[in-house]
Design a binder for this molecule. Structure first.
Ligand code: DHB
Ligand code: MG
Length: 215
């Protein structure tokens, strides 16, 4: 596998290279800049500009109109995804922290996508069942509490159309994917159920991004 002659998996990025490619490919307008600049007191754990742009491009390729996000934070990925939706499209985004949801709603309004996004406050496990009536979805993006990824993944597979996308951030679990822990087991369960029901890959973003197309 990782023999010393192979360059597979070698990384050539530097902070300067990442700054350059983000400047060229993923510039922020005022709306994105506002959502990316997470306020004091809220953890800056949003997806990176290139991961977020990749999400948006994947939704466009899938001609997505109905999308669910688990984990809004303050709306950076939601803005990118909302702008990628086809005509009449809608994003339902679930956020556990009421204050984060409130900031997200303001950011979504400032970015001009408030009419296309519903922010729902609560735990993913409680809110997802309320969305079943809108199924089948074109994509589900999971970026919330890691210990529930297997649950969210199962819900996604059950509520996606054939050809729909399941996408999961932090798929390397901050380097702890192989740990003997509840969230390690949950994240491995997520990988394995996506692989079993989708054509899938774990793209090597900084913390791994699972992308699956439902069979
Ligand atoms: C954390 C969560 C995330 O979704 C992420 O991308 C980075 C960090 C966290 O909970 O610390
Ligand atoms: Mg994340």
């Amino acid at each position: 596998m990782a023999d010393s002659d192979s360059r597979t998996g070698t990384r050539y990025t530097t902070p300067e290279i990442l700054d350059y490619v983000n400047r060229v490919h993923t510039p922020h307008d005022a709306g994105l800049a506002q959502a990316f600049a997470v306020p004091e007191g809220i953890p800056a754990i949003q997806v990176g500009p290139s991961d977020g742009k990749l999400l948006a491009l994947l939704l466009r390729l899938a001609h997505a109109t109905k999308v669910v996000e688990v984990g809004t934070l303050v709306g950076y990925s939601a803005i990118l995804m909302a702008r990628a939706l086809g005509p009449g499209g809608h994003l339902w985004s679930i956020e556990f922290e009421p204050h984060h949801a409130e900031v997200a709603r303001a950011n979504l309004a400032a970015a001009g996508v408030a009419d296309r996004v519903t922010v729902l406050v609560g735990a993913g496990r409680d809110v997802l069942p309320t969305l079943a009536g809108h199924a089948p979805f074109d994509a589900v993006f999971i970026d919330a509490d890691k210990v529930n990824y297997d649950h969210y993944g199962r819900w996604a597979i059950e509520h996606l159309r054939t050809g729909g996308l399941v996408i999961g951030d932090n798929a390397y679990l901050f380097g702890e994917l192989l740990d003997d822990s509840d969230r390690g087991r949950a994240m491995r369960g997520f990988h394995e159920l996506v692989a079993a029901s989708c054509d899938s890959v774990c793209a090597p973003t900084p913390d791994g991004l699972v992308v699956g197309i439902k069979r």
